[in-house]
Design a protein around this ligand. Structure first.
Ligand code: GLP
Length: 249
């Protein structure tokens, strides 16, 4: 099944449509298991989800969530930790139970055990129904940098220079020296196991990675190209992120 592409009018519409899909998923299956992303891209989507959930009275009481990644060494109370981000942008605005929101512990002493336990928890929870993804400018998904095996699962990884630079441009960290050098991340195989995947990308900076993921060869040098073989994967794009696609009308 090739990747489905939907080009939206703008980034606002990407967020509205993504939020609508997630709310529809929860309405259809109140015990939905979500996979969630962080970064700038899903921020507006999370805002729309909280707005829709309130307006349409959709409950997240039976929903559980798993996040893709966490910086190594950061406690959940650190403002740049992904736990803090999720808490502020989404969880505290919903009736989701805190014990059902799962993030890797960046301060775990035994990272291998933490990662194995996370995989086991996802499996025991029935697997991910819908995974909301972002994409790095180098085509990474979660923190699976180029070169990651398509078979990889949750583990400790080194971040690439490009990713450290991208995350210290002032949006998150102010200086590359502040960015942790390692992270715990789900693997490409962990993401691929999800029943549905919705990847969000906005802005010119993502255009090359999107074109390579959709139209380029399937290669471990471009982690998102793995999604070409997923049975139910949708890319929601704004016109800038879609601007380097050549095969669409
Ligand atoms: C980050 C995160 C990814 C995210 C990607 C894009 O480093 N680990 O999960 O999808 O890079 O982030 P942004 O949306 O800020 O461009």
């Amino acid at each position: 099944m090739p990747i489905k592409i939907q080009v939206c009018a703008d980034a606002q519409e990407v967020a509205r449509i993504a939020a609508g899909k997630l709310i529809e998923q929860v309405r259809d299956k109140p015990e939905t298991v979500l996979g969630l992303a962080t970064g700038s891209t899903p921020e507006q989507t999370y805002f729309e989800i909280t707005r829709l959930a309130e307006g349409e009275d959709v409950s997240f009481r039976r929903v559980s969530s798993y996040n893709m990644d966490e910086y190594r060494g950061l406690a959940g109370s650190h403002p740049q930790s992904y736990r803090y981000y999720m808490q502020e942008k989404l969880f505290k605005h919903l009736d989701i139970k805190p014990e059902n929101t799962h993030l890797l512990d960046g301060r775990a002493k035994d990272c291998a055990a933490e990662c194995a336990a996370f995989e086991a928890r996802i499996r025991a929870g029935g697997g991910i129904d819908l995974w909301l993804l972002g994409i790095g400018t180098n085509g990474h998904i979660a923190f699976n940098e180029p070169g990651s095996s398509f078979e990889c699962r949750t583990r400790l990884v080194d971040l690439s220079k490009e990713t450290i630079a991208a995350n210290s441009d002032g949006r998150f960290f102010k200086d590359p020296a502040e960015v942790p050098r390692q992270a715990l991340t789900v693997g490409i195989a962990t993401i691929f196991d999800a029943r549905k995947i919705v990847l969000l990308a906005t802005g010119e900076k993502k255009a090359a990675a999107i074109a390579a993921a959709v139209e380029g060869p399937r290669t471990q040098d471009l982690p998102a190209s793995r999604l070409q073989e997923h049975p139910d994967c949708l890319f929601l794009l704004d016109p800038a992120a879609a601007s380097k696609l050549t095969r669409r009308a």
